[in-house]
Design a binder for this molecule. Sequence first.
Ligand SMILES: *Cc1c(COP(=O)(O)O)cnc(C)c1O
Length: 231
Amino acid sequence: MADRIADIPERLTRVRQRIDGALAACGRPRGAVKLLAVSKKQTPAAIEAAWRAGQRRFGENYLQEAATKIAALADLDIEWHFIGRLQGNKTAQVATHFDWVHTVSDLRHVRRLSAQRPADRPPLQVCIQVNIGGEQSKGGLSPDEVAGFARAIADLPALRLRGLMTLPPQTGDANAQRAAFARLRRLQAALVDDGLPLDTLSMGMSGDMEAAIAEGATIVRIGTDVFGPRD
Ligand SMILES: *Cc1c(COP(=O)(O)O)cnc(C)c1O
């Protein structure tokens, strides 16, 4: 464990280089992609090591675990992103502890998130999860449901709709993966044309970030390549 923590600064440097290289390869400007370090199952010490190396955005999947870590690291200026499956009875914890949520796809949940957002916090930044591959096992809306849902979120006072998020089908086929990311980008473009101010595409993980960046990702969610394999 100790040496894994010592490795984190160098791992982060390599991830940042990969992001810069992927941006350069497709002619996008440096800084066009933000790195979200996915810290699920990582200790507060590991998160602090990444913070010392300049990382400020962290993503968590499990609320109980996240609440403990967020409290332990309350002195650090960290932007916390919830990227796990949302449950109706847990929305208050997301509304209270997090700056962003990437996984909304249920109108009852977003209404609750808005009502439960503490009045002294800025609006909760929201991405709609889209099931771009139409997989039974995955959460998220089908692409044709997104526009109506986005309009409903735009009316909620304590939420700020930022964009779309997806977990693409895990095929070994790089072209299929890239095609899925391209579908999310085209969906975002169509919504922007319709007047919805979406500036975020949350897509790309350790194994597929280059394809996601080539298709317009603005946030990549990287766990393994920042922290090492999870136990
Ligand atoms: C765990 C997780 C990631 C990070 O995955 P890695 O392969 O470890 O980079 C990204 N997004 C979501 C939604 C996750 O649950």
